[in-house]
Structure formats: structure tokens, C-alpha cells
Ligand binder design. Structure first.
Ligand SMILES: *Cc1c(COP(=O)(O)O)cnc(C)c1O
Length: 415
């Protein structure tokens, strides 16, 4: 037998260890379109329950927007379901080029290339652009897909302490002998919801002749006055050499990603990036939907403005309720609970109150920093947020953690 009992037991044991460590991930089944109100079957086999979704990346509420769905239907009818090809063989339609153009205009760059996902964009870009004479200097909290992409590249790999500009400067000085220095950062960091100091990063890049790579997946479409992302927020539009972002979050939430930036770099990706060369093209239906998304958000800032108001309301409400949140301005709002078990108990009780949010703990976040990460959406109305706030208050009271300091919460529950 190829999969012998002995072999099976290797994996059984590993899975058991994951379970015993309390870090076994379980899927929750959503039986409705993605929205602020969703129907969930959890645990599996139980009756469907309507809950308010506080943990989607549906920042602009466009995942199930009627105009986007209509455009996707039209794309499906006019350009078919699948392309059965990678881009450079016979997988490039007029709408793929149109979407790339729209992304270039929206991001204020020179050119754009689509990838099946942003994970793929990050997996391909470093290897395609850099060689062993170069160095990548990354913020220590960059997204896992960037870490993986950097591993695939031949360039030297270095890091700087999270958002520590002095440390970055030291590293830039250290690597002056390299052909290319590439500073690598997320725009909005997904676990803490803080923004990169992109203006300072660009300043250092200019001083030390470095390029800047920005993954703006948690910012494109809503950070900055017109939603152009962290680069707009920090006033450095046009100064970022490589931007990667996803269509899988605010920009419709289906799938797809891109590399956008200097035209020669994008062209290098077309010639050499392996996920572009060897993985299937983005489906026409998704491309058509994404074009509609860009049209909507290029016309009006209504949705990002509503998201901003929701974010302010939520941050203020949680703080006044006496919960500890990570300060910031993004719609990623972590409610700090510090203890892993408390984060799980808290999330379960919230679910009982009709609020869907997930507790994160080590290794997703550092030890002693367990939390419930809430995320706002333009699909939320104030009534949703009021109901969610009431639930957070009720559960917070149950555990006796309202209006307590971090130390008091840790004294009660441990790290
Ligand atoms: C979500 C995310 C990705 C992955 O995007 P996909 O298109 O889903 O692969 C990459 N980078 C960052 C920073 C992200 O938050």
C-alpha cells in the first residue's frame, strides 16, 4: 500500500499536535453572498444563523454590489467563462488590457501586469527583477506572501525592525555596495492596522539610491483621500517603484492581483515572472467585475468616505465602552485581549450575540498579544455597528475587562 498505516500515522500525529496546541483552523460555512449580514452554518450541521460580519476584507462593500455583479454577468456573456490558457499563449483578452490600463491610471503608475492573485504577484516579482548582486531590505512584519516571494529570489535577503526608520537607514548604509537596494514594505499592516511611514521610506530611498516596493493589499481603494492607497495618504504618489495589490479585498473581493510601477519593471515581469508565465489568466468574469469596481471608485469617493465615518464611529465606540484597541486610522481595528483562550471565548460569545469576528493568537500574532481583529466595511450601517458595539460591551462585561488597563487584564487572564 502506498499510503501505509505507518505513513498515515505520521500525519495523524501532526494533526493531533495542531489540535492539542489549540491552533487547529476550522472553516465556517457561509450560506449567502458576502455582505454585512451573512448566514452562517457553525458548527457544521447546525441551523443557519444570521450574523453581522465584522471580519471581511470587504472594505468598500463591493463584493456583492449590484453594478459589479451586473458587469460580471455581462463579461461572462461577452467573453466566456474560462480562457484555458496563460496570458502569453492565448489568455489575453481586450478586457485584461483594459483592466491593466485602469489600474495604472488609478494607482498613478507607468504600467501594470495582472497576476492570478497578489500572492502570485509577490511570488513572481522579486525573482523576475533582482539577481544575486542585489539586496531586499524588508520590514519585519511584511505579509507571508512577500516572505515567500523573497525566498524564491536570488537577491540577498535582509530586514529592518517594524517601521524603524533608523534601523532601515543603517541597513541601507550597510548595503551601499550592492547593485540594487530594494526596500520592501506593506502599506497597511494587516494584524495591527498601522500604516507604513512611506514618506520617510521614500526620503531614505532617495538619499541612499534605493527602490521602494509596496504591497498595498489592505489599502488600495480606501486609504488616502481618493482611495489610491498608502502612497496617497503619505503624499508619495508616483514615487513608489513597485506596487503590488490584490483584487481580492476592497476591489470587489473576487480574486486577482497585480504588479504596477515602473514600465521596465512591469515588462521584466511579463518576460520572466513565473506565476504570470505558468499559471492561468484571470477569468473574464472577474476581470469584467474588477473594471466595474474601478469605474465606481474612480467616479466617487462616497464608499471610502462612509468607511472612514464607520471607522471613526467604531474606534470611538469601542474606546468609550472601555475596551483596549490598537490606535490607528485604518478600518482594521484589533480589540486587544492578550490571552489566547480569552480571545477564543470572547469570539464564541460574540457569535452567540450575532456578531461574527475571529480571535487571533500565537503564531498569527506574537505571544501575549491575542486579539479579536475587527474590520469595518462601507456595507455596514450605523445600526450594524451599534448592535455590534452592544455585543462587545455585553461580552466585555461578562469577562470583567471593561475600563481595565492592559496590566489588569493580563493579571486576570495571563498572557
Ligand atoms: C491578502 C494579501 C495578499 C494576498 O492577496 P491574494 O490576492 O488573496 O493572493 C498579499 N499581500 C498582502 C499584504 C495581503 O494582505
Amino acid at each position: 500500500m502506498s499510503f501505509s498505516t505507518e505513513t498515515r500515522n505520521i500525519f495523524k500525529t501532526q494533526l493531533e499536535e495542531i489540535r492539542n496546541g489549540g491552533i487547529f483552523k476550522e472553516e465556517r460555512i457561509i450560506c449567502a453572498p458576502q455582505d454585512s449580514d451573512i448566514e452562517v452554518e457553525y458548527p457544521i450541521g447546525s441551523e443557519h444563523k444570521e450574523v453581522i460580519n465584522m471580519c471581511a476584507n470587504n472594505y468598500l462593500g463591493l463584493s456583492s454590489h449590484p453594478e459589479v455583479i451586473a458587469a460580471a454577468h455581462k463579461g461572462l456573456d461577452s467573453r466566456g467563462y474560462g480562457m484555458s490558457s496563460v496570458r502569453f499563449i492565448c489568455g489575453t483578452q481586450d478586457i485584461h488590457k483594459e483592466l491593466e490600463c485602469k489600474l495604472t491610471t488609478f494607482l498613478g503608475t507607468e504600467d501594470t501586469i495582472l497576476f492570478p492573485s497578489c500572492m502570485d504577484a509577490n511570488a513572481g516579482v522579486f525573482e523576475a527583477v533582482l539577481n544575486e548582486q542585489d539586496v531586499m531590505i524588508a520590514d519585519r512584519l511584511v505579509h507571508a506572501s512577500i516572505v515567500d516571494g523573497m525566498r524564491l529570489a536570488k537577491a540577498q535577503n535582509d530586514t529592518y525592525k517594524h517601521s524603524d526608520m533608523n534601523h532601515l537607514e543603517q541597513k541601507l548604509q550597510l548595503h551601499q555596495d550592492k547593485r540594487i537596494r530594494l526596500i520592501v514594505t506593506d502599506g497597511s499592516f494587516s494584524m495591527d492596522g498601522d500604516l507604513a511611514k512611506l514618506d520617510k521610506i521614500v526620503e531614505l530611498a532617495e538619499k541612499y539610491n534605493a527602490m521602494v516596493f509596496l504591497d498595498d493589499s489592505h489599502a488600495s481603494g480606501f486609504i488616502g483621500k481618493t482611495g489610491r492607497g498608502t502612497q496617497e495618504h503619505c503624499n508619495v504618489v508616483g514615487k513608489i517603484d513597485i506596487i503590488t495589490t490584490t483584487l481580492g479585498k476592497a476591489l470587489g473581493g473576487a480574486s486577482g492581483g497585480c504588479v504596477s510601477g515602473r514600465s521596465e519593471i512591469v515588462e521584466m515581469c511579463r518576460q520572466k515572472a513565473r506565476p504570470y508565465l505558468f499559471s492561468n489568466t484571470v477569468a473574464p468574469v472577474v476581470v469584467a467585475g474588477a473594471i466595474a469596481v474601478l469605474d465606481i471608485i474612480s467616479k466617487t469617493t462616497e464608499r471610502r468616505d462612509k468607511l472612514e465615518r464607520n471607522t471613526e464611529f467604531w474606534r470611538k465606540g469601542l474606546t468609550e465602552a472601555g475596551l483596549i484597541i490598537k490606535e490607528g486610522e485604518t478600518p482594521i481595528v484589533p480589540v486587544m485581549l492578550f490571552n489566547a483562550k480569552l480571545s477564543q471565548d470572547f469570539a464564541r460569545d460574540l457569535y452567540g450575540e450575532g456578531i461574527y469576528a475571529v480571535g487571533f493568537f500565537f503564531p498569527v500574532v506574537p505571544k501575549g498579544q491575542a486579539r479579536i481583529r475587527t474590520q469595518l466595511s462601507a456595507a455596514h450601517d450605523i445600526a450594524h455597528l451599534e448592535k455590534a458595539l452592544a455585543a462587545f460591551k455585553k461580552v466585555g462585561e461578562k469577562y470583567g475587562i471593561l475600563h481595565k488597563t492592559k496590566q489588569e487584564v493580563i493579571d486576570m487572564y495571563g498572557m
